[in-house]
Design a protein. Structure first.
Length: 139
């Protein structure tokens, strides 16, 4: 069995963003040479997420609105975590809802997706550099 590891770095200019990283993950898979196995894609920050869904602008807008209703950023005084001097308690909660990581099967050297599936990096406390781990194992 072979193993491959890569870090992808992102710096979203906005507080919240959804970035399609499918092509970057596919490039990692190509570089790995692995034909059969699994790809783990993991947000390495507790205010960011990795998830799989459709690459459709309306859906991403709906996610942003829905997440802001579930865990609004303002008022920052409404969260005990923000008493530490932070203002990102909402980002921690949004990450919890959207998830930390995804695993995708690799078949014949390709990501084995269902229809419309794409991999996204979800940013909830942007404007600084953060990373995503891509770990691929297989043969």
């Amino acid at each position: 069995m072979k193993s491959y590891r890569e870090e992808l770095w992102f710096n979203a200019p906005d507080r919240m963003a959804f970035i399609n990283i499918t092509s970057e993950v596919q490039e990692c898979l190509r570089e790995s040479g692995i034909q059969e196995g699994l790809v783990l894609v993991n947000a390495m920050h507790i205010t960011a997420s990795v998830f799989i869904n459709d690459d459709e602008r309306g859906l991403h807008h709906d996610y942003a609105v829905w997440l802001e209703k579930l865990a609004p950023h303002e008022p920052v005084s409404g969260y005990r975590h923000n008493n530490t001097g932070e203002d990102n308690a909402d980002a921690h909660m949004k990450r919890q809802v959207m998830g930390r990581e995804v695993v995708v099967a690799v078949t014949n050297g390709k990501l084995d997706f269902g229809p419309w599936e794409q991999i996204f990096y979800g940013e909830f406390d942007g404007r600084r550099k953060k990373r995503v781990l891509v770990k691929i194992i297989g043969d």
